[in-house]
Write a protein that binds this ligand. Structure first.
Ligand code: NDP
Length: 283
């Protein structure tokens, strides 16, 4: 039996992370043992922790809140996916340096494909203007959405994100405006819920008049944090997908970067749903 390869996820808080369980499930499919640690790390401590992990022989790292943007300045090499997202979620050990990439956007796309959610030509409402929303914008534009409306509780953050993208297909709107009846005939085909409101047991919502007849919704949250948005979407009779598939797909892409071996995501998604009592993705 070969020595176990060493990996870790860094962030703060970190005890809730499902990454160790997901990567151990991938390693079981692969047939090679791995050690996957969860290391609590503040943004300030990131350079020190990266040096520690390098000297301890980690082959790869995942980064989560609040490290993804901070890591841009700490990596020796950043690829295009990380540059476009403005954030790093995966570090790969190379000969003499950490290389940074971002698998969140590609993980989202893989899950959209699984659920046959089309993006090209769609008018997309992206609710939220935090790190996750920011990372999805270039991915959505690359996929050819016809319009992208960024809605946020704090309107100036949505506006700042739109200004940064500098694309005439993108506009900003205050979330509170979209909670009122629509004043023109523009409607959304796809609603992407990328706020953390579900962790406070609440949910942003859009007035029914903003929804197209066959609108679908994708919530980046999963588990209990998905419930408030799921209830709203169910009341509007629109199909909703939760973010568990994206979580597993982005992890799968990290695993491929590290090992060169591609695990299957669906058995791991099913295992998590069974163990964590996370409801089905589509309802
Ligand atoms: P950030 O902290 O960077 O951003 C939070 C966003 O949520 C802001 O737009 C904020 O608005 C908004 N918000 C927070 N509370 C409320 C509320 N009560 N009502 C309305 N809006 C609110 O978080 P991230 O962007 O990193 O993550 C967002 C969510 O996506 C998290 O819940 C995270 O777990 C999930 N996620 C899931 C992933 C997956 O793989 N499934 C990957 C990445 C993230 P404001 O600007 O007004 O404060």
């Amino acid at each position: 039996m070969p020595d176990a390869l060493l990996f870790a996820v860094l962030g703060d808080p970190i005890s809730h992370s499902r990454s160790p369980q997901i990567h151990q499930a991938f390693a079981q499919q692969w047939g090679h043992p791995i050690t996957y640690e969860a290391i609590r790390c503040s943004a300030q401590d990131l350079p020190h922790q990266l040096a520690q992990c390098w000297s301890r022989g980690h082959q790869g790292l995942n980064l989560t809140v609040p490290l993804k943007e901070r890591a841009l300045a700490c990596c020796d090499h950043i690829d295009e996916a990380a540059q476009q997202a403005g954030a790093v979620n995966t570090l790969i050990r190379q000969d003499t340096e950490w290389a940074g990439t971002n698998t969140d956007g590609a993980g989202f796309l893989a899950d959209c494909e699984t659920h046959q959610i089309s993006l090209a030509g769609q008018h997309v409402a992206l609710i939220g203007a935090g790190g996750a929303a920011k990372g999805l914008c270039p991915v959505l534009l690359n996929q050819g959405v016809s319009r992208l409306t960024v809605l946020n509780r704090t309107e100036h953050r949505a506006q700042a994100l739109v200004n940064q993208l500098d694309d005439s297909a993108v506009q900003a709107l205050s979330l509170s405006d979209a909670e009122q009846p629509s004043v023109d005939d523009s409607t959304f085909d796809l609603i992407i819920q990328a706020t953390s409101a579900g962790h406070e047991d609440t949910s942003p919502h859009l007035h029914a008049s903003w929804l197209s007849a066959d609108a679908v919704a994708y919530d980046l949250n999963y588990g209990p944090a998905h419930e408030p948005f799921r209830r709203w979407a169910q009341a509007q009779e629109i199909c909703t997908v939760d973010g568990l598939g994206m979580l597993v797909e982005q992890a799968r892409l990290s695993f491929i970067h590290w090992t060169g071996w591609a695990p299957e995501s669906q058995p791991v998604i099913e295992q998590l749903r069974a163990e964590q009592v996370i409801p089905s993705a589509l309802d």
